[in-house]
Design a protein around this ligand. Structure first.
Ligand SMILES: [Fe+2]
Length: 157
């Protein structure tokens, strides 16, 4: 039996379903952007698509972060080892930074579109920076969840 002082790490099925759908949407948007950005010299010919997909990314990301925070797996980490709590807090703080980065990216794409710029490689570079930072964040989050789950299994035995 779990002691009252040991808060179990729980994730419900609805969370997994929503996370799964969100994950698919996010990956789909990221793939569209990666394909566009893969050919930087031609990026200026696809400014309308760049605007469309960076705006989609910003909106999906807002949903993605809201979902993660609403279902509270970070809160579930409270009461576990202090380093897990600290790490969860640091990862949650990254949501604001990453969202701002993504919002600026969408604004920049819109700006290039309005000015009908021929060379949009800067937008491509900024997307790649975001893509790397976001991937690192996601990996760190998954590692933390797995660590928390492993610790919980160990504590419950
Ligand atoms: Fe996150």
């Amino acid at each position: 039996m779990t002691q009252p002082s040991q808060k179990r790490f729980t994730v419900n099925a609805a969370f997994f379903q929503e996370i799964k759908e969100d994950h698919q949407q996010l990956n789909d948007i990221l793939e569209h952007l990666r394909n566009l950005v893969a050919n930087k010299p031609a990026l200026g010919n696809h400014l309308d698509e760049l605007v469309k997909w960076t705006a989609a990314l910003r909106d999906q990301l807002a949903f993605h972060f809201a979902l993660e925070e609403a279902y509270g797996y970070f809160e579930d980490a409270i009461g576990m080892a202090p380093w897990i709590h600290d790490k969860a807090g640091a990862l949650r703080d990254q949501h604001t930074e990453l969202f701002t980065q993504c919002q600026e990216l969408a604004d920049l794409a819109e700006d290039y579109f309005q000015r009908n710029e021929e060379d949009a490689s800067e937008v491509g570079d900024r997307f790649e920076q975001f893509d790397r930072a976001f991937s690192e964040h996601e990996s760190a989050e998954i590692n933390l969840i797995l660590t928390a789950m492993t610790q919980d299994v160990g504590a419950a035995d």
